[in-house]
Design a protein around this ligand. Structure first.
Ligand SMILES: [Ca+2]
Length: 457
């Protein structure tokens, strides 16, 4: 749109009426949706997850290992509901880090069992190679039915652990499906060069290796685990297939930094998959689906030795002949497309299909953000993927412009939703884990932030 507006008047004069009409329609379509952010809480470091208890209390997980309780009228209750920091791996507090407390998920049967699931990076296990970095751990905690909200670390039951060669690309996003099973995203293992290469990476990439849980979306049954931490749902796609981990629901993902089910419609499972340097992806995850990494990025083929340019060939299928699943929406990463107006950021932070009431213009669309538009600076962006009108049409990424008092926000760390389907943006005013510039915002209609500020939420 920006390029269109810069067309010279002579060029405009040469256009036919039909072209002008379509230009006008395109401009209207691309006019940014204007919303506001209402500050709910501040004083955090890097909030990555928020859950809502059945009584309405909201719990926020901070990457440094602490869970805090939000007051109903905004702000944080005193003290920590949970301090997991003694069980975390090393976390660099003064610089960028992807390790720490990553996500929380409320058990669908919480009202009767009081179970909350957490994911975090724990120290490397003895059984892991000595030069590997840490362990992605999924644990269950039991919350006493008392006030204030205080977890007992002694209630921790480890559900699943996955060895990690490097500090980054952890995934670790959690969501319970409409089927009651726990879905977990796992990154490809990371490393200094990315590209699913290096120590701990299979020759074909962990994304395409079905013998590892790295670079996968998992589906496990934690409802009645017995002595094990979990069971395998009988209808998982690879149950009984030799050499394939039965926890796998989908594969070929790089570092999925969001997982959520649409509350309505066909209850699709959405992930935001962080790209290498060309394309950030929104995916609707398919059962048993091969989402392409590291053979593909976005709609292109991916050359692991030359990630800055599109591969000459776009592979159509994986090693078992299975066709790759395209993302439903993509946008350009500034790494390879720096300076282009449609290069929207550095790392996707996926969110939710909006099913709330307050912002009708977002109804049915997938809300997402980008961590920051420029490495080293906290310039997060908000956008949404517009749901197509027909089954064969594409989703398109549209910007969200923030007006009003919440205009300055920082890096977009994560999204959360409340029981009404309203969305929250979790931000850090820094690109590191230093300071206390982490905030929780509620996404609200334009200009209502100031009006609501005195009335809580
Ligand atoms: Ca992909």
């Amino acid at each position: 749109m920006r390029r269109m507006k810069k067309n010279s008047s002579s060029a405009m004069a040469a256009m036919t009426a039909t072209a002008l009409l379509s230009l006008t329609l395109a401009a209207q379509t691309n006019d940014p949706l204007r919303l506001s952010l209402q500050l709910v809480a501040d004083g955090l470091v890097s909030p990555l997850s928020m859950i809502v208890l059945p009584d309405g209390r909201r719990l926020v997980a901070d990457q440094v290992g602490v869970v805090r309780v939000l007051k109903s009228d905004g702000g944080l209750e005193d003290g920590a509901a949970l301090d997991l920091s003694p069980r975390l791996s090393k976390v660099n507090h003064g610089s960028f880090d992807e390790r720490g407390l990553l996500c929380m998920a409320l058990d669908p049967a919480f009202a009767s069992n009081r179970h909350v699931f957490v994911s975090y990076t724990a120290p490397r296990r003895e059984s892991a190679p000595a030069d590997w970095d840490c362990t992605l751990r999924i644990s269950r905690l039991t919350l006493p039915d008392a006030s204030p909200v205080r977890f007992d670390l002694a209630s921790e039951k480890v559900v699943l652990e996955i060895d990690k060669p490097y500090f980054n690309h952890n995934g670790g996003r959690l969501a319970f499906g409409p089927d009651g099973f726990l879905y977990v995203t796992v990154g490809d293992g990371g490393g200094p060069q990315g590209c699913d290469l290096g120590n701990g990476h299979a020759p074909e990439g962990n994304g395409q290796n079905l013998g590892t849980l790295l670079a996968k979306v998992l589906r496990i049954d934690v409802s009645n685990p017995g002595q094990d931490g979990y069971r395998i749902p009988a209808d998982n796609p690879f149950v009984g297939v030799a050499g394939v981990r039965p926890e796998i629901w989908a594969y070929g993902v790089r570092n999925p930094w969001s997982i959520s089910f649409d509350r309505a419609g066909d209850r699709s499972l959405f992930i935001g998959d962080v790209g290498q340097m060309r394309w950030e992806e929104v995916n609707i995850v398919r059962k048993g689906g091969n989402h392409g990494w590291p053979e593909r990025e976005g709609m292109e083929g991916f050359d692991r030795q030359h990630p800055e340019k599109a591969a000459e060939r776009i592979p159509a299928a994986g090693r078992r002949g299975e066709p790759f699943v395209d993302p439903v929406a993509v946008y350009k990463n500034v790494g390879a497309f720096n300076g282009q107006p449609d290069a929207l950021g550095t790392s996707i932070t996926g969110g939710y299909v909006y099913r709330g009431k307050a912002i009708p213009a977002l109804a049915g669309h997938f809300v997402l953000g980008d961590w920051t538009g420029a490495w080293g600076a906290p310039q997060g962006r908000l956008m949404y993927a517009r749901r197509p009108s027909g089954p064969t049409a594409r989703w398109f990424i549209e910007p969200i412009r923030i007006d009003g008092p919440g205009k300055m926000f920082g890096t977009v760390c994560a999204f959360a939703e409340d029981r009404d389907g309203e969305l929250y943006v979790l931000t850090n005013g820094s690109t590191s884990l230093a300071g206390s510039r982490g905030k929780v915002w509620k996404l609200v209609p334009k200009a209502s932030a100031a009006r609501d500020a005195g009335t809580g939420n």
